[in-house]
Every structure is written in structure tokens, then in C-alpha cells.
Design a protein around this ligand. Structure first.
Ligand code: SAH
Length: 365
């Protein structure tokens, strides 16, 4: 099979070119054709020498995951379903907002963490996405949205932000995620600033440490509960990396982070974690972590027993945090008519090997 160039970050592509006897600047040129201009045909790379174009066509290709569905909700939210192999499919969501556009990217087929209130978790886990499959979502969405440009061209972007908040736990697929993050930041590829790329994690502490030294992009942490007793139930990975460890990792992360705060995500579940006392416990828990809160009113999916709290309850929870000087936003529910809201991405997961216990048993690096 031909080599898929979407799998390589720019330094790796340069190393590959060196092995083929080509200069590194050629690799940067080709990277920019692929990622900035969304080009998938070597013949069209007109400033690349003919002989190199021919050689590349022989041995390499640009192969993104195959889009098999493309839906747009009334609010402009757009969702793609990509087939990644026989029987497996993943989802990617574009959320347009005033002055910016956010692409929500998946990192795994299903998820092994099994958070109690998440549709992806209920699907079970099949496999990690490859680097090409992760970056391929951005590559395709940019093209589909007409967000391509030539080298040096400035101006507003359609996709201004990327969040790794789709299907899967990004930090459980660290090796494949890292080159994709590097491409998002690379000026010869997507050229996004570190604060506009957000990795969201349920709290894989050793991987938070690695990310801090390898590629400190903005970090969001799915908190959802202020005590270990409750969080053990809602986010089972907490049994392995409890809150004290997680808070320490957050503080350490900020020593290297491009933003001076962690974003805590907190899904509000009626009667479970949405009480005044929970809000007060949250304030104590994060007292020494510079942070913002993003409250996510629970998004229902078929078969769940959880419910979204009333608007009053959501406001009250928000007010308690705000009164403690914690900037707190409530995430707008977008695209729920096409099941594109947080926790609703299910794709299609074959062979749902329940790896939950295996993940919990794995020893920290
Ligand atoms: N695995 C990563 C990335 C997923 S991000 C993580 O846990 O952070 C998706 C966010 O939506 C997470 O904060 C997740 O906990 C939250 N979420 C999952 N199911 C939800 C639901 N049904 N309603 C609202 N938020 C949900």
C-alpha cells in the first residue's frame, strides 16, 4: 500500500523526504499543499519539481477517512460521519459562532472510559484512531467548508479553533494524538495558536504530564463531580487517578501552559451533581487551581436514566461559582437535532470489546 502522508507531522515528513534524497524545504512545500490548500493530488502541486511529483504519486498518497454522511442542523452546526474501516465510523462536528468556528474532532472509535452519562462510552471501545484519521477530519472539514488558502495568505479562518472533544479519550491515544496536535500548530500546516487547540481529558494523569512537556496546548478537564465518592461513579477513571492527583496535575500543567487557566467541564445531571452543596464543594476543590468552568446541561440519548436540570437549577449552580469569582459559562446546546451535542456522538462501533477494566488495571507510566 502507498504511504499516507497525512500520518506525518512536518518534521517526520522532512525526515521521510531526506530518506528519499529530497531537501527538507520540499517537505514543507508539500505539507503546505496538503494541509493549507487541502490538495490531495501531487500533480496539482505546481511549484514542486515534476520528477518529485511523479515519485510521490508512485509511492505516496493523501488518504483521509471517507465521509459517508454530512448533515447540517438549523443552527448551522454540521456533522460528518466518516467510515474509518469495515464497520467502524466516527463523527466530527463543526460549530459556527459569532467571530469563530470550532471543529470538534474524535480520537478513538468508541471509548473505554465508560463515563456513566456519555453515549460514546455506552458504545464500548473498538480502537484508537491513527494520526491520519485524526488530522484527516480537520483536513476534510476545512475543504468542505472552503477554508483553504495558499502559502502566506492571511485573513479570517472558518475553522479558528479545534477541540479534541469528539468520540474517545484523546489522552488514551497519546502516541497518535501528538503528531496530529503538532500539525494543527505548525505554520506549514494548520497554523493554529496553542490556545486555540484544546485537548479535553477525563483525567489520565500521566498523559497530562507528558502533554505538558511535549505540546502544552489548552487543557480542558472533565470534572463532573467534586468528591471522589461521586466521581468514582460518574467518571470511573477516577478510581485510578483520584481528585487529589488530578488537581496536582492541573496545577503543574499550568506551569507550561499557553493559557493561565484550566477549563473544567461539568455536566449537570439532575439530582446527582447539581446541588448547592456540590457547587460549594467544587469551589473548595479548585481553590488553588486557576480555572474557568464550563457547565454542560446534560444532553440526553436513547436509554439513559439521567435528566437535564431545570434552567433555574443551572443558573443557581452558575451563580454560586461566579460568587466565588470563578468565571463560569453554560455551554449552549448546539446541533442536538442531528445528535451532535456533547456526549451524543456515537458513530458506529463494531466489536465493542469492553476494555474498561483493562484500562483501569493498566499501570501509570
Ligand atoms: N474523553 C474526553 C473528551 C470528550 S469531551 C473527556 O472526557 O474530556 C466531551 C465532553 O462532554 C466531556 O466533558 C464529557 O464528559 C461531556 N459529556 C459526555 N456525555 C455528555 C452528555 N450526555 N451531556 C453533556 N455532556 C456530556
Amino acid at each position: 500500500m502507498k504511504e499516507n502522508l497525512l500520518a506525518y507531522d512536518v518534521p517526520t515528513l522532512s525526515a521521510r523526504f531526506a530518506q528519499w534524497g529530497e531537501k527538507p524545504f520540499r517537505a514543507r512545500q508539500v505539507a503546505s499543499w496538503i494541509h493549507r490548500r487541502g490538495c490531495d493530488d501531487f500533480e496539482q502541486m505546481t511549484d514542486v519539481a515534476k520528477s518529485l511529483r511523479v515519485a510521490l504519486s508512485d509511492r505516496a498518497e493523501i488518504r483521509p477517512p471517507l465521509p459517508i454522511r454530512d448533515e447540517t442542523a438549523r443552527d448551522g452546526t454540521r456533522k460528518w460521519l466518516f467510515a474509518v474501516d469495515e464497520g467502524n465510523a466516527i463523527e466530527t462536528v463543526f460549530i459556527p459562532e459569532e467571530g469563530r468556528g470550532t471543529l470538534c474532532v474524535s480520537t478513538q472509535v468508541g471509548c473505554a472510559l465508560d463515563c456513566a452519562f456519555c453515549a460514546t462510552g455506552k458504545q464500548g471501545f473498538n480502537r484508537n484512531l491513527t494520526t491520519a484519521e485524526i488530522i484527516g477530519q480537520l483536513w476534510h472539514a476545512k475543504r468542505a467548508l472552503g477554508d483553504v488558502r495558499s502559502t502566506g495568505e492571511a485573513g479570517p479562518r472558518v475553522i479558528s479553533n479545534v477541540v479534541l472533544m469528539g468520540m474517545g479519550e484523546p489522552l488514551a491515544n497519546y502516541e497518535n494524538l501528538l503528531p496530529a496536535l503538532r500539525l494543527m500548530l505548525d505554520d506549514h500546516a494548520y497554523g493554529l495558536s496553542r490556545r486555540r487547540v484544546t485537548v479535553s481529558t477525563a483525567g489520565i494523569v500521566p498523559a497530562i504530564e507528558r502533554l505538558r512537556s511535549d505540546c502544552p496546548v489548552a487543557l480542558a478537564v472533565s470534572l463532573h463531580a467534586p468528591t471522589d465518592a461521586l466521581r468514582d461513579r460518574l467518571v470511573p477513571i477516577n478510581r485510578k487517578y483520584p481528585l487529589a492527583m488530578l488537581m496536582r496535575a492541573c496545577r503543574r500543567y499550568l506551569e507550561a501552559a499557553p493559557r493561565d487557566f484550566i477549563t473544567f467541564e461539568y455536566a449537570l445531571l439532575e439530582g446527582v451533581n447539581d446541588g448547592d452543596e456540590h457547587a460549594r464543594q467544587v469551589i473548595r476543590l479548585v481553590a488553588d487551581v486557576p480555572c474557568k468552568f464550563n457547565l454542560i446541561p446534560f444532553n440526553p440519548f436513547p436509554g439513559t436514566l439521567y435528566r437535564r436540570p431545570s434552567l433555574d437549577r443551572i443558573r443557581r449552580f452558575q451563580e454560586i461559582l461566579m460568587a466565588a469569582d470563578i468565571v463560569t459559562t453554560v455551554r449552549k446546546t448546539r446541533g442536538d437535532a442531528i445528535e451532535a451535542a456533547c456526549g451524543q456522538l456515537a458513530g458506529r462501533v463494531r466489536d465493542k470489546t469492553r476494555r474498561t477494566l483493562a484500562v483501569l488495571a493498566e499501570s501509570p507510566r
